[in-house]
Design a binder for this molecule. Structure first.
Ligand code: SF4
Ligand code: SF4
Length: 141
């Protein structure tokens, strides 16, 4: 997708979105050939965490880790993205989680737009259809 960054607005905002909760990864953020290894490496390095949608059963999705939370499985309700630096997100735009890329800065800091109502819901729906991810969850649980 096109780069929709607005460094002026986001710098003056100070990254409220990233301080509130990391965005969610979607399967297409990782090429299928290396998906399993990259997710596993990120989890083992403490850079990613497995979160889940609260329902009758756990429906997992992947996101960057929360600062200060060392769990691999983390059903957090919020917290700062562990990847965030004083200079903002260190990842190139196209390497960020899909829902981070889809958040469009508005005309004022913090007044931003998303194409979804709840990115966790969208993410868990997408990961539920990804067999590579589902197999990995079974191994790790
Ligand atoms: S996307 Fe919105 S909430 Fe996030 S840093 Fe930019 S202005 Fe702030
Ligand atoms: S990955 Fe980058 S853009 Fe997304 S929440 Fe973390 S610091 Fe913010």
């Amino acid at each position: 997708m096109d780069n929709n960054e607005n460094k002026e607005i986001c710098t003056s905002c100070g990254g409220r979105c990233c301080k509130r909760m990391p965005g969610s990864f979607f399967p297409e953020d990782f090429p299928a050939e290396t998906r399993r290894e990259r997710i596993l490496a990120g989890l083992r390095a403490g850079l990613y965490q497995l979160d889940w949608w609260e329902g009758d059963r756990r429906e997992y999705f992947l996101r960057p880790a929360i600062t200060g939370d060392n769990r691999m499985f983390s059903p957090t309700w919020g917290g700062q993205c562990a990847l965030l630096t004083e200079k903002g997100c260190p990842l190139p735009f196209n390497s960020r989680p899909r829902s981070c890329r889809e958040l469009v800065p508005g005309t004022q800091p913090g007044k931003c737009f998303t194409p979804w109502d709840n990115d966790k819901f969208e993410a868990k729906q997408a990961w539920a259809k990804d067999q590579i991810f589902q197999d990995l969850i079974k191994e790790l649980e």
